[in-house]
Design a binder for this molecule. Structure first.
Ligand SMILES: *[C@@H]1O[C@H](CO)[C@@H](O)[C@H](O)[C@H]1NC(C)=O
Ligand SMILES: *[C@@H]1O[C@H](CO)[C@@H](O)[C@H](O)[C@H]1NC(C)=O
Ligand SMILES: *[C@@H]1O[C@H](CO)[C@@H](O)[C@H](O)[C@H]1NC(C)=O
Ligand SMILES: *[C@@H]1O[C@H](CO)[C@@H](O)[C@H](O)[C@H]1NC(C)=O
Length: 414
């Protein structure tokens, strides 16, 4: 312990920031130096499941340590709560205790899916310096007074319940510099239209959970990264093209897929799984920046979608096909030789990676087509889905006999 005490104070504080609050406060008994030091730790994590402590003691401990804690800046307050006895009142007191401390990061998470702890109204008005706010599994209430989060950049709302659509609008419009938003919805969240209209937003994660009568409206013209997951057919309306988009992960079983894809046609790296939407392709779009495409092959439509994407992605360099979900349809896609060779095959496509290749007719045709026309192909990597060695061997033999246009193309099998 003496050797520890000789470390520079700044380093000790960093080490202590990584400990749960209970251990941090435990350092008080170690020595005089430590007794003063813990009060300066800039990050406090309170976990009510820690060492099975009884809730009353836990809450008194949080009260006292927050009152004693003296750092002028408290960067992070992280509350991990699971005990049913935790109520709104406690959280109100703790938020009040840190109100004057320039708190930058506040995380309040309840670990049961089913928690219905109502967050105090003071959440909206305290902590004007907050940069990050993460809430998990709790209930937000309506607030009549106006509020704002002038510094908030990262906001995460996971499995939250709301007092209705209006609060979300008010909340997001009171975050003028928000850059990063994560929304994972749960059933019964009491929201019909989740409006995401944030002109400063750069990163957006939207996961839906499956109420077919609800959906999203997205208006985020500065977005750079999108991760959208919706397999329940909810609606999703895009109000503005996202011309700054760089990366998108789209797993979308939704009638609005076409509009979504059309609005992200400037994307550079795209993951796409649009299983059931027959008309997902935004005819007339050109993916003029797309260099890397990963396409999920879990439904009949994948082949058609892929051929459209190849046709309209003149700079594509890397193509990956992967069966991320088990093949769900009875009917297999049908190969139609395109009337023209896509430009990317002639001038840019360098790698093809195919995960869970099955050797079905249309797969063979596609592989043959790409090898026959891929002028710049350098590497083709195929992993077969089959575990049967003999079958695997047959698949590989067939592939290795295909003619290749690019003399330097290497085929690797996994
Ligand atoms: C919480 O939700 C997860 C996933 O939705 C589920 O696997 C888990 O069983 C749930 N736990 C409880 C306590 O309901
Ligand atoms: C969820 O909450 C409801 C009502 O509060 C309760 O009846 C149910 O048992 C809870 N389920 C779980 C998994 O905790
Ligand atoms: C906010 O989110 C972005 C992107 O996820 C991340 O890079 C950044 O570190 C986050 N900032 C804070 C303060 O958590
Ligand atoms: C659900 O939202 C409506 C408004 O859309 C509101 O009147 C109602 O009180 C909300 N219910 C709950 C439980 O918050």
């Amino acid at each position: 312990m003496d050797r520890l005490s000789q470390l520079p104070e700044a380093l000790l504080l960093r080490i202590m920031s990584l400990l749960p609050a209970k251990d941090v406060v435990a350092t008080m008994v170690l020595s005089k130096q430590w007794q003063l030091l813990w009060m300066l730790v800039p990050k406090l994590v309170y976990d009510d499941s820690y060492q099975d402590i009884e809730y009353g003691r836990f809450s008194r401990f949080v009260d006292r340590s927050l009152t004693l804690h003296e750092a002028p800046v408290l960067d992070t307050l992280h509350l991990k709560l699971g005990k049913t006895s935790c109520g709104s009142g406690d959280i109100r007191v703790w938020i009040k205790a840190v109100d004057k401390r320039c708190l930058r990061e506040l995380i309040v998470e309840f670990d049961s899916n089913n928690s219905s702890v109502v967050l105090p109204v003071s959440l909206y008005t305290c902590c004007r310096m907050l940069v990050t706010l993460k809430l998990n599994n709790a209930v937000l209430v309506d607030v009549t007074s106006s509020f704002s989060f002038p510094s908030l950049k990262n906001l995460s709302l996971v499995s939250m319940k709301y007092p209705g659509d209006e609060l979300i609008k008010t909340f997001l419009s009171s975050c003028p510099v928000l850059e990063d938003l994560v929304v994972k919805r749960c059933l019964d969240d009491n929201v019909t239209i989740f409006n995401v209209r944030v002109s400063s937003l750069k990163f957006l994660v939207l996961h839906n959970k499956g109420d077919p009568d609800s959906g999203f409206v997205i208006d985020t013209p500065s977005l750079e990264c999108l991760d959208i997951f919706d397999n329940s057919g909810e609606f999703c309306v895009i109000e503005n093209d996202m011309t700054k988009i760089v990366k998108a992960d789209v797993c979308f079983d939704n009638a609005n897929a076409q509009q979504l894809l059309g609005s992200i046609s400037s994307v550079k790296r795209l993951y796409l799984c649009v299983p059931f939407s027959k008309d997902a392709y935004p005819v007339g779009s050109v993916f003029h920046c797309l260099v890397s495409l990963t396409l999920c092959t879990c439904e009949t439509e994948w082949l058609n979608l892929l051929m459209c994407m190849l046709r309209d992605s003149p700079k594509l360099r890397a193509l990956k096909l992967i069966q991320d979900h088990s093949f769900r349809s009875e009917s297999r896609p049908c190969w139609n030789e395109p009337s023209a060779v896509p430009e990317c095959l002639l001038t840019s496509l360098e790698t093809l990676e195919w995960v869970k290749y099955e050797g079905k007719e249309e797969e063979k045709e596609l592989a043959a087509f790409i090898l026959r026309n891929g002028n710049c192909l350098k590497r083709v990597t195929i992993s077969s889905k089959s575990t049967d060695l003999k079958e695997k061997y047959e698949i590989l033999k067939e592939l290795s006999l295909l003619s290749r246009r690019s003399p330097t193309c290497q085929i690797a099998f996994n």
